[in-house]
Write a protein that binds this ligand. Structure first.
Ligand SMILES: [Zn+2]
Ligand SMILES: [Zn+2]
Length: 110
């Protein structure tokens, strides 16, 4: 075999490797970040009821939800949305710790 063709072939192969390195990498596939895909858990969990409203919307005594919900017009056949009171009968979510009553020992006059 002609030694010149070997050198030429090696040069072509070497050049191909260099071109492959110089070309930018294909970015068609998005880089996977499994840790960023899942949203971070809130540091302070909010007492959200099953109806989707916060605990503050529920009456403290009757536990009835006082929040207003928007009924889309296409549900009632009207042109615009209407406001209805939330039908939630009570808060069933987690109770925050500040619900507990702590007696003030400083003002205790025994
Ligand atoms: Zn509720
Ligand atoms: Zn509600």
């Amino acid at each position: 075999m002609d030694p010149g063709s070997l050198v030429l072939g090696a040069a072509i192969a070497f050049g191909g490797i260099m071109i492959g390195r110089l070309l930018p990498r294909r970015s068609s596939q998005p880089t996977q970040h499994p840790h960023q895909a899942v949203p971070a858990a809130p540091r302070d969990p909010q007492p959200i009821c099953g109806c989707g409203h916060h605990l503050v919307f529920h009456d403290h005594d009757s536990k009835m939800c006082q929040a207003q919900v928007v009924i889309p017009g296409r549900w009632t056949g009207q042109s615009g949305g209407t406001y209805r009171k939330c039908m939630c009968q009570g808060y069933r979510g987690p109770i925050p710790l500040d619900e507990y009553y702590a007696p003030d020992l400083l003002n205790g006059d025994s």
